[in-house]
Design a protein around this ligand. Structure first.
Ligand code: IVH
Length: 679
């Protein structure tokens, strides 16, 4: 096959497949069979692999994903991504309307009311009518470049064929995960967990809600997984250097014509009463939508009027978000149980008569602590109002006093540990009741082991909660050091454990011996020593002996270590059981000394010079390129600015970066010019 025929076939296949895709996703029709479609796509994937230089920017293979992003580059937004001011009541809306009226004098004005989709805000940049970058909101000033992942979303056009839009522009919108995709993923997790439970493996956690699931998915490294998650993007904002449209409605119509996905449920309102009507209509109707919404966005339609109204430091004066109150439901308190956590803290949980709330069935709600029980003045059998906080964990908000049964007794906090019957204590200044029987209280012991094997500590994922439970109950493990004494015979004694799962478990335990000191230190579960503190301590004290011998004064000289943490460390190392635990772990071969993670230094050739890399390179992956710059003493910046010395431009380098570099007089060099610099 010659280069010319390859190029022609790639172009032809791309166009064909894009056509079928469009038919399928826009008008839900297919003109060919799934099999024929797959054959075309596979042929294109194959050709693009052989001739990557001919891959079209809007190639349908983008939708399938496959591109891996190790680190998402930080990008400075061309225009900051502001947020909206929120309101929860009608009066605030009327005040907003009054401010608009005053600022616009006697001019007429119109509002556009839109649904407020509950997902992740995204900024899409099109250059030469081709999608160039997709950036998350981040802190509003800078976000992450997640282009590869966003390209898999079918409601994001990769190339525009519509002259009414300028060649370069920005579109903003909300990425969401529809309910059916969310449920499907959780169903798959449930299935996978059934298998894992059988094998004694650690269980996967379910996705908490569609918004969290969306933000996690958008930042996944493997775009092929993103492609399978059926995200959608609703576009709600058009921005460009020159004003192209006179109103928001005009721009929405144009975006729709250009194949952007626009919600059909927006309405133009002539006054604030109409706006309030729209809000009331959607209050419950929104639950029939196939995705989460958390309010309504009210925007001035005319761009000229928007300009007149302007912005505050944080948000535009021409728009406001009306947020619906979290849904409430009344139900009956059946009982209160008390749970003991890893640290011995006792948490009260309300067991409720099952009730439907914002689409799910609620049977339990957290009561946080003893103070919360007093605040609610909770009595047995009370009718309570539950609400989902941020629509995730249900909470008991209040009690319907009118419905209290005569003679109902107030709920008492337990005085003794529900697990080991030890008298509970309350430390000065703390709200939580604690079971002080740290070494003998089963959930505390198990909790410590579970914490030790968790991902951010020793990361032994071949062990799970259930296996720990079995091993603990059968007396095989009583503390974390016992993990390293487990033998294959021990495991095979239990029903359901086969040779492979036993080998798996042992390999996971063995591998954990290589985990760095900071992980071990975090895994010990010393009070107030979280992941970051453990890292700081490991870097500062270098090994366990130094840490063990440190006085309060020495401990508090370490960065970010205060009195409270220092005191907790002193107490931990005073305990002889803890010291012998550390000794056992040491003899098992765990890391108790910090390894300096110095990066190799190859030369000083680039010292004092700053670089930014953009595009695709022949010799390096983007991250490897950055390492090479640093290995030769150079510094890598995250964007084009006055501080930048060199922009290294590869194939398909971002044209806005090139333009900006030229404007600022930054030297643009090629990959080979760079290689010369370090030769
Ligand atoms: S307009 C200046 N319209 O709500 C901000 N936002 O704080 C212009 N959102 O970050 C945003 N649906 O992520 C707008 N129809 C809609 C929206 C919407 C959801 C999100 C967006 C923004 C947040 C507002």
């Amino acid at each position: 096959m010659t280069m010319t025929t390859a190029q022609a076939e790639i172009a032809e296949l791309s166009e064909k497949i894009n056509y079928y895709n469009e038919k399928y996703y826009q008008s839900h029709t297919s003109e060919i069979t799934d099999y024929e479609f797959d054959m075309l796509l596979n042929r294109l994937i194959e050709l693009e692999k052989q001739f990557p230089q001919f891959a079209q920017p809007d190639s349908p293979t983008n939708r399938v994903g496959g591109g891996i992003t190790k680190n998402f580059a930080t990008v400075t937004h061309k225009r900051p991504m502001l947020s909206l001011s929120n309101t929860y009541n009608e009066q605030d809306l009327r005040d907003f309307d009054e401010r608009i009226k005053k600022a616009l004098g006697n001019e007429e004005y119109e509002y556009i009311c839109e649904l407020k989709f509950d997902g992740v805000a995204m900024s899409l940049h099109y250059e030469n009518q081709v999608l160039s970058t997709a950036v998350t909101r981040g802190d509003g000033e800078q976000g992450d470049d997640v282009t590869t992942n966003i390209k898999t979303i079918h409601t994001v056009p990769l190339r525009i064929h519509y002259e009414a839009l300028p060649t370069s522009f920005e579109v903003r919108g909300e990425v969401i995960m529809p309910h059916d995709s969310f449920d499907k993923i959780n169903d798959e997790i449930a299935k996978e967990n059934e298998q894992r439970a059988k094998e004694g493996k650690k269980l996967l956690t379910f996705l908490a809600n569609p918004r969290n699931a969306t933000s996690g998915t958008v930042k996944m490294q493997d775009s092929a997984v993103v492609a399978k998650r059926n995200l959608m993007l609703y576009s709600y904002d058009f921005l460009s250097d020159n004003q192209v449209f006179a109103s928001h409605e005009e721009s929405l119509t144009a975006l729709k014509k250009a194949n952007f996905h626009i919600s059909a449920d927006y309405e133009k309102c002539k006054n604030i009463d109409e706006v309030i009507g729209f809000i009331n209509r959607w209050e419950t109707k929104r639950y029939d939508l196939p995705m989460d919404t958390d309010g309504i966005v009210v925007k001035i339609n005319s761009y000229a009027q928007r300009e007149l109204l302007g912005f505050t430091a944080k948000s535009p004066r021409w728009a406001i978000a009306y947020k619906y109150k979290a849904e409430n439901a009344a139900t009956i308190l059946e009982s209160v149980t008390f749970q003991v956590g890893r640290t011995g803290a006792v948490t009260p949980v309300a067991n409720l008569k099952a009730v439907k709330l914002a689409g799910t069935t609620v049977k339990r709600a957290t009561l946080h602590n003893a103070n919360e029980i007093s605040r609610l003045d909770l009595h047995a059998g009370d009718t309570v109002f539950v609400q989902k906080a941020g629509e995730i964990i249900p909470q008991v908000m209040s009690v319907d006093l009118a419905k209290r049964q005569q003679g109902a007794l107030p709920i008492q906090f337990v005085t003794n540990c529900p697990e080991c019957n030890t008298l509970l204590i309350r430390k000065e200044g703390e709200v939580a009741y604690l079971c002080p029987n740290e070494k003998g209280c089963p959930p505390q012991i198990k909790g410590k082991i579970e914490h030790f094997i968790s991902r951010k500590a020793m990361d032994i994922d071949s062990l799970g909660e259930k296996t720990i439970e079995i091993f603990f109950k059968q007396g095989i493990i009583g503390n974390v050091a016992d993990l390293y004494k487990i033998t294959k015979e021990d495991i095979l004694k239990f029903e359901g454990f086969k040779e492979t799962s036993a080998n798996n478990i042992l390999a996971g335990i063995e591998n954990s011996k290589q985990k760095p000191f900071k992980n071990v230190l975090f895994g010990l579960g010393i009070r107030f020593v979280g992941e970051t503190v453990a890292e700081k301590l490991a870097n500062f004290f270098k090994n366990i002996a130094n840490l063990q011998q440190a006085t309060i004064e020495e401990l508090t000289t370490a960065p970010e270590i205060g009195e409270k943490i220092a005191q907790s460390l002193i107490e931990y190392f005073k305990d002889t059981d803890n010291l012998s635990l550390i000794e056992s772990l040491k003899s098992a071969g765990l890391q108790f000394t910090a390894q300096d993670e110095e990066k190799p230094q190859l030369s000083n050739k680039l010292i004092g010079r700053t670089f930014l890399v953009s595009g695709v390179f022949a010799n390096f992956e983007r991250d490897a390129f950055k390492d090479v710059i640093e290995a030769h003493g150079g510094k890598v910046l995250s964007g084009v600015s006055g501080k930048l010395n060199y922009l290294v431009a590869g194939e398909n380098a971002g044209s806005s970066k090139l333009e900006k570099a030229q404007k600022l007089g930054v030297q643009v060099i090629s990959e080979s010019q760079f290689l010369e610099m370090i030769q």
